[in-house]
Structures are given as structure tokens and as C-alpha cells.
Write a protein that binds this ligand. Structure first.
Ligand code: ATP
Length: 372
């Protein structure tokens, strides 16, 4: 293999939009960019970073937490690094409050939220055995009030004492998320678990299961099973190591992925990618953690791992080996830094701050690339 260090730039530039978000967002984004800049130098990726304000900062400067200009910039970029957002602190839509996370998923049609839950660096899983599963969560439908209607909200109050929510499930949406899950499982341990509540939501989850089963029949080499959401929660706690790829609807996937991430070791380690056909957004699984914001205490591993997933996604789309190798190397560097207890952040019982952890991963990346 030719040496990678000091490699000339990749033939196609990678233009990334960076939205640092709220709470711990600016700190974990800075640590992530430090690691990406190191990967850029070492692997010749030709990355560029364009900062775009969102969230409370954008509300102050532009009167809106997500402007049309920001959405347009994200749509034109090759990928987006999205920090966590404190959207429950935002004012109503009429006063400029718009959830950047949900809006980008909708507007860029990021239908697949790929959420690995993997035990890392010897940090013990809470269920006893090391976990390596991926939750493939539908991202554009389900029980999300901002995603179920063409016009208006999926939540409404016919009377002051009655609130109703609409849940949206389509055959096309269920089919494409199932296809993403089976394609992923075919490259892993070849098992898909569909999670549902069709015993109660007979019509909507009935349609979801019917669509997933149709896709399953096209992948005979992938084992297929179904679990009811409540039983699945118990089974994850009992032994999450038995699952490979889990496909489910939006809200079930949101809840189960936090559970699986924590069981695998810590939510602070859980990466995630929002991906569609043409766009992808790297976003940590956790929220903006306002309780520790601005104190250099947050663990940036989740956003760093998400950025690596974005590079891997781009590498596959472009058949660009440099991007694929850089993604693998960032992942390996994360693994080896977390494996060393004095290199861990406070949430994992270690002494390092956010910035120092990012620097440690960037330095380890240099060591690894020299060996490749
Ligand atoms: P939000 O309202 O934006 O979802 P939250 O604090 O309610 O924020 P999380 O951000 O998911 O929800 O945080 C849950 C707990 O986990 C908090 O105590 C937070 O400090 C901790 N936490 C979350 N992310 C990290 C991180 N990257 N590093 C360390 N601790 C974290």
C-alpha cells in the first residue's frame, strides 16, 4: 500500500457544512473538527468546513433557529456535521423556533437514522456481554408531529381538555427503511429484527410489518425476526449482544437507541448518521447536555464517531478509498484512546476534558496512519 501520510489531495473535494448547535455543541464540534483536520492532513481528503449558525445563536443573530439560507447551505454541501440542539428551549415557530434536527431530516429527506450501539475500548457493557448492534430508525414519518402532515401539525386540541396525535406510516417509507436495514445486515452478521406494536397499532404497524416482510423475502441469506417493542426493551437489557440490525419506526427507534447506547457502555459513545439518497448529516445520539455546557466536560466521542460514519458514507458513494480508510482510522483511534483509562472523559470515569480528548484522538490517528 502506498504511504498515506502527506498524500496529495483527493481528486474530488469534500465540502462540509458545520452547524455547532447549542449547549455542549460548540465544544464537541471543535474537538471533532480537530480530528477531521488531522484526518484531512494524513489521508489527503481535501476537506473544507463552512460554519453555518443555527440554534440559539442564530435566533439571536437572524431571528430564527434555522434559516432558509442554512437549509440551502446544507443541501448544497457534500455532508453536514450537526451539533446537538436545545430545541425544547426554543420559542414557538411564529417567533423563530424551528427544530434544526427534525427540519433537516425532512427537508433533505434523510430517511434513515443509522444508530450503532457498540461496546468500545473495553468499556464494559451493562448487559454483561459486549454489544455490537445497529438500530436503523425511520426518520421522516411515525409519531413526530412535524413529520406527519403536509400542512399543519400532527398534534392538535379539538377542545381544551382533549389532545390528539397522528402517526404516519407509509408503504414506501417502511420499504425504504427496511431495504437500508437488510443491505446493512447483509454486510454484517446477517440478522434483522423488526420492532413494532402491531398487536395494538394493527393498521399502521400492520402496514410497517407487511412492508418489511416483503423486503425480507428478497434477502434470503439474512435471518429475520420480529419483536414487540415492550418485549424488545426487556430483551436488550437481558442480552443486547444477540442483536445485529434492528429496524423500527421513528419514535420506537429514538427510544430504543438511547437504551441500546447506554447498555453498550455509555450514551456518550453512541454515534449516528442521518442518511438519505443524496444527503447525509452526522449527529451525535445524545442531546445538548446544558448541565455541563461550557465546562470542557463533555465527551466528544459520539460526534467524532458520527463524523467518521459520514466519511464512510461519502467514501462508499464516491468509491473513494481515502475517505473509507480515514473513517476506519478515526474509528480505530477512538477505540484505542477509550481503551486507555487515563485518556477517558469524566462520563467514563476519566480525567480528560473535551478538548484534550479530541487532541488525543487526533494524535493517535497520526500514529495509526503511519503504520498503515
Ligand atoms: P437535551 O435537552 O438537548 O436532549 P439533555 O441534557 O436533556 O439535553 P442529553 O444531552 O442527552 O439530554 O443528556 C442526558 C445526560 O447525559 C445529561 O446529564 C448530560 O450531562 C449527559 N450527557 C449527554 N451527552 C454527554 C456527553 N457527550 N458527554 C458527557 N455527558 C453527556
Amino acid at each position: 500500500m502506498p504511504p498515506i501520510e502527506n498524500a496529495t489531495a483527493s481528486p474530488s473535494p469534500v465540502r462540509l457544512v458545520v452547524m455547532e448547535g447549542d449547549g455542549i455543541g460548540p465544544e464537541i464540534t471543535a474537538a471533532t473538527l480537530n480530528v477531521l483536520a488531522a484526518a484531512d492532513r494524513l489521508f489527503g481528503l481535501d476537506l473544507s468546513f463552512s460554519p453555518v449558525a443555527i440554534g440559539l445563536a442564530a435566533l439571536q443573530s437572524e431571528g430564527k433557529t434555522l434559516s432558509e439560507r442554512a437549509i440551502e447551505a446544507a443541501g448544497k454541501a457534500d455532508g453536514v456535521i450537526l451539533g446537538p440542539v436545545s430545541h425544547h428551549e426554543y420559542p414557538p415557530l411564529s417567533q423563530g423556533g424551528l427544530n434544526p434536527s427534525g427540519e433537516l431530516r425532512k427537508r433533505l429527506d434523510l430517511f434513515a437514522n443509522i444508530r450503532p450501539a457498540r461496546s468500545r475500548g473495553g468499556f464494559p457493557a451493562r448487559c454483561g456481554s459486549p454489544v455490537d448492534l445497529v438500530i436503523v430508525r425511520e426518520n421522516t414519518e411515525g409519531f413526530y408531529a412535524d413529520r406527519s402532515m403536509f400542512l399543519g401539525s400532527g398534534e392538535f386540541m379539538p377542545t381544551p381538555d382533549l389532545a390528539l396525535s397522528v402517526r404516519k406510516v407509509t408503504r414506501a417509507g417502511s420499504t425504504r427503511i427496511a431495504e437500508a436495514a437488510f443491505a446493512l445486515a447483509a454486510r454484517r452478521r446477517r440478522k434483522v429484527t423488526a420492532v413494532h406494536k402491531a398487536n395494538v397499532l394493527r393498521v399502521s404497524d400492520g402496514l410497517f410489518l407487511e412492508s418489511v416482510r416483503a423486503v425480507a423475502s428478497r434477502f434470503p441469506a439474512v435471518a429475520y425476526e420480529e419483536r414487540i417493542i415492550d418485549a424488545m426493551a426487556a430483551l436488550l437489557v437481558r442480552d443486547a449482544s444477540v442483536f445485529d440490525v434492528v429496524v423500527t419506526s421513528n419514535m420506537f427507534g429514538d427510544i430504543l437507541s438511547d437504551l441500546a447506547g447506554e447498555i453498550s457502555g455509555s450514551l456518550g459513545l453512541a454515534a449516528s448518521l442521518n442518511a438519505g439518497t443524496d444527503h447525509a448529516v452526522a449527529q451525535a445520539q445524545h442531546g445538548s447536555a446544558p448541565d455541563i455546557a461550557g465546562r470542557d466536560r463533555a465527551n466528544p466521542a459520539s460526534l467524532i464517531g458520527s463524523a467518521a460514519m459520514l466519511l464512510a458514507w461519502l467514501g462508499e458513494r464516491r468509491s473513494n478509498e481515502r475517505l473509507t480508510k480515514a473513517a476506519g482510522a478515526i474509528d480505530e483511534a477512538l477505540e484505542s484512546v477509550i481503551a486507555d483509562p487515563p485518556s477517558r472523559t469524566a462520563d467514563l470515569g476519566g480525567p480528560l476534558g473535551t478538548k484534550a480528548f479530541g487532541e488525543r484522538v487526533a494524535a493517535r490517528l497520526g500514529g495509526l496512519s503511519a503504520r498503515r
